[in-house]
Ligand binder design. Sequence first.
Ligand SMILES: N[C@@H](CCC(=O)N[C@@H](CS)C(=O)NCC(=O)O)C(=O)O
Length: 231
Amino acid sequence: MKLITGDLSPYSAKVRMQLYAMGIEDVEFDLPASFFMGKLSDYSPIGRIPVLEVAEGIIPESEVIADYLDDCYPEQSLLGSSPWIRSQVRLVSRIADIYLMNNIFMALPQINRKTRVDAVRDLLTGQITRGMGALEQHIGRGGYAVGNRLTRADCTLVPALFLCERTVPMLDVENPILATTHVAAYWDEIQGNEFAAKVLDEMDRGLRARQDGTERKQIEAAIAKEKAQRP
Ligand SMILES: N[C@@H](CCC(=O)N[C@@H](CS)C(=O)NCC(=O)O)C(=O)O
C-alpha cells in the first residue's frame, strides 16, 4: 500500500496516526510533484490528500481510508468495542473534520491582512468557535477523546487541534482551545501519547518548512525533476 501524504496536511496526519497506532508498517509514504502542480486530480479526481493506493485502485478521503484500514485489520481496529463507543468515536471525528478542520481550511486565505475580508474571517472563525463548543460537550474526560483508550477520534482530533492552535491566531483571533476546559485538559494530556507526539512532530516539521521557505525549495526541485523526466 502507498499513502499520498504531506507532513503538514492534518487529514494525512490523521491517517498516519492511525497507521502508527495500529502498528501497520508496510505502507510507503509519498507526495508526487503533481500535487504541487495542481494535477493530483489526474490521479485522484478529488485532487486532495491523503490518498491510499491499494492493489485494486485508489481510495481518497481520510475517513474512507480510516474505515478501509479498520476493515483490513479488524484485530487492530481503533473504532471501539461497542456500538455506543463507536458512535461517539465517529461523532468526535466528524466534529473535528467538518466543524473544525474544514472551516479552518476555508479561513486560511484570510491570514493575509492586506487581502482579508473581515466578514469572511468572522463567519468562518465563528463556525470554528461553535464547533469547539460542541466538542467541549462531547469530548471524553479521561485523557482520551472517547472512553479510556486511544481511538480513531484521537487520530482525527490531534491534527485538528494542532491546526487550531497554530493557525487560528494567524487570523488575529484567539486560539479557541483557550476558552475551553475539557478540550484544553485533553489537549494537554494527549500530547504525551507516543503516536500523537509523532504526528505532532511531523506537522511541526511541515509548518517550519513552510515558514522558512524549505518547502518552497523542495516543491520547485520536485517540479523541475518531474519536468526533466517527461519524454
Ligand atoms: N475531506 C478530505 C479533505 C482533504 C483535504 O482537504 N486535503 C488538503 C490537504 S490537508 C488538500 O489536499 N488540499 C489541496 C486542495 O484543496 O487542492 C479528507 O478527509 O481527506
